[in-house]
Design a protein. Sequence first.
Length: 83
Amino acid sequence: MYADFRKNLQKDGFTMFQFSIYVRHCGSSENAAVHIKRVKSFLPEYGNVGIMCITDKQFGNIELFYGKKSKEVNAPGQQLELF
């Protein structure tokens, strides 16, 4: 199931970059091949996964944009004292 697949990704050092997009740094293409093989080993029966290898420089050139509308900061709740 998806939850098990996600847990296996996290155990292998992947972190969520965006909804349904996980990233993992690999120091070399040989190291990436090891992790690609591992992901294939725990892929769900009906799962679809795409893997894209990019260089550190390419990853560093990613531009992230956030909405223009700012979010209100949640005000802290009232603190209660218990006796």
